[in-house]
Design a protein around this ligand. Structure first.
Ligand SMILES: *Cc1c(COP(=O)(O)O)cnc(C)c1O
Length: 495
């Protein structure tokens, strides 16, 4: 494929050469996988991506992760490895940590977590070790964990396993890893949750303060996957301090807005929280992965992510994180972060204008939550109908959800990906119009007894065709990875 591309192209682009070579190497071993990789690009180009947790990473970031760094074991931490020959990985990890600290103004960064879920476990264990295990060992006058007797260790383990965690409820926008019963977090901790006010959809600070005083948790966990308003971390840190709780903020969703300065001051968790966890692939637009930022006093515990929780780090992903953090530390990215937020506000405002119920009436970040139950639909119906019209997004539970977590009452829209494509105000208005027309153009299907289905729906063919055409026109103007000539690759990918 590469030879044909070079022969046919007077001015070959580096991006197309790299991607073509890559795909050709894959195709040599497994043409079907190569075909599926290409098909994923074709699909992502054909649907408008409104999934709030997804984005488009740069081809440079992608190149950093696709190489032999994957072959290297580097358990431990910079310059303290359990494997020989880690000089280059040391340099890469140090660079990624430095870039992260610079980007977020953090005292310490740990870039080994493979995902956001891992990053949370690393943070939880760091708190448990610092606050429970280490003091208990000190009391025994023992520094060496292996020298602790079985009886004493059982006591320490019991103490570590019965600590309280106060996190946001799933229906209010919290994440599975924040104490959902099926998740390990609910087995590790005695979990309590706080919730948004059902009528307003907002957090109640005084209520939270009261809960903190009642529960006195070891960990006060903030952060969300589906909440659209600013949170005053400066104030909440004061409340956490009143009861000696460790404040952990999971900024998995909005890290990119913090990095770009669009969320700042009291709403930026980094200067206030004891520990901050995040993904690197959502708004931050880096490779799939996680990270922990923390105050210096937690650094030594966080850096022991391996052996606490993790095995070997992924050096190729850490290299890609370093690239992405560097990309995020530019004026261009700052403008991007601001635009993500502006676009979300425009999208929310335009939806409201068209009679679609937006939770809290708008947004302060990149997420827009819509209540489709008010249109007589479930989230599942809205999600499927919009996908048929060319828009990809996910259904979401809302506070007090009448349809439960499977069907749901809500839809979650996000602007990170469309903004990465370069879309702005005009496009957001067009998208809002298409969403409103689609949602208002579907009806729940009826079963034989005349009951409304929670999954099936009737979508007017005319509405669908018009929506698809408008989405097609939009995507034609904002092409994903425009350097990649998909038609050429499709023609030459011999399988
Ligand atoms: C996405 C998300 C995570 C999990 O990240 P993964 O990389 O999918 O493990 C954790 N916390 C929050 C708040 C999230 O939104």
């Amino acid at each position: 494929m590469l030879k044909e591309y070079l022969a046919a192209t007077p001015n070959p682009s580096t991006e197309m050469v790299a991607f073509t070579a890559n795909l050709e190497m894959v195709a040599r071993k497994n043409p079907q996988i190569a075909r599926l990789i290409l098909q994923e690009l074709i699909d992502q180009r054909s649907y408008l991506k409104l999934i709030a947790s997804e984005n488009y990473s740069s081809l440079s970031t992608q190149s950093a992760m696709g190489n032999f760094l994957t072959d290297k074991y580097a358990e431990g931490f910079v310059e303290n490895r359990f494997y020989a020959g880690c000089d280059n990985v040391d340099a890469i990890e140090r660079m990624a940590c430095d870039e992260a600290k610079k980007l977020f103004g953090a005292e310490h960064a740990y870039v080994q977590p493979h995902s956001g879920a891992d990053a949370n476990l690393v943070a939880f264990l760091a708190v448990l070790r610092k606050k429970i295990q280490t003091p208990m060992m000190d009391e025994l006058g023992q520094k060496n964990i292996l020298a602790i007797s079985k009886e004493e260790w059982d006591k320490i383990r019991a103490a570590m396993g019965n600590q309280r965690l106060l996190g946001m409820g799933l229906y209010s926008g919290g994440h599975l890893t924040h104490g959902y019963r099926h998740n390990v977090s609910a087995q590790l901790f005695e979990v309590y949750d706080y919730n948004v006010d059902e009528a307003t959809g907002l957090l109640n600070y005084e209520g939270l303060r009261k809960q903190l005083h009642e529960i006195k948790p070891l960990i006060f966990l903030l952060g969300f996957s589906a909440y659209t308003r600013n949170i005053d971390y400066a104030l909440l840190k004061k409340y956490a301090d009143e009861v000696g709780a460790v404040m952990v903020v999971d900024m998995a969703h909005f890290a990119g807005l913090v990095a770009g300065g669009a969320i700042s001051g009291d709403f930026n968790p980094v200067p206030h929280a004891d520990l901050v966890t995040t993904t690197t692939h959502k708004t931050l637009r880096g490779p799939r992965g996680g990270m922990v930022l923390c105050k210096q006093e937690y650094a030594e515990y966080v850096d022991k992510g391996c052996p606490h929780v993790l095995g070997g780090p992924l050096p190729h992903m850490i290299a890609a994180k370093a690239i992405a953090f560097g990309e995020a530390n530019t004026a261009e990215y700052k403008a991007y972060a601001k635009k993500v937020m502006e676009n979300a506000k425009i999208l929310a405002g335009a939806l409201v204008e068209k009679g679609v119920a937006v939770q809290t009436g708008g947004t302060d970040n990149h997420i827009v939550l819509v209540n489709v139950a008010k249109l007589g639909l479930t989230g599942r119906q809205g999600e499927s109908a919009l996908r048929e019209c060319g828009l990809t997004l996910n259904r979401n539970t809302l506070p007090g959800d009448i349809y439960g977590p499977w069907y749901t009452s809500g839809l979650r829209f996000g602007t990170p990906a469309t903004t990465s494509l370069g879309m702005g105000e005009e496009e957001m208005r067009e998208i809002a119009d298409i969403i409103a027309a689609t949602l208002q153009g579907i009806k729940p299907a009826l079963d034989k007894k005349g009951n409304k289905s929670k999954a099936k729906f009737i979508l007017d063919e005319g509405v669908k065709a018009a929506a698809r055409e408008r989405i097609h026109a939009l995507l034609g103007k904002f092409v994903l990875y425009p350097e990649i000539d998909v038609e050429f690759l499709r023609k030459h990918l011999i399988c």
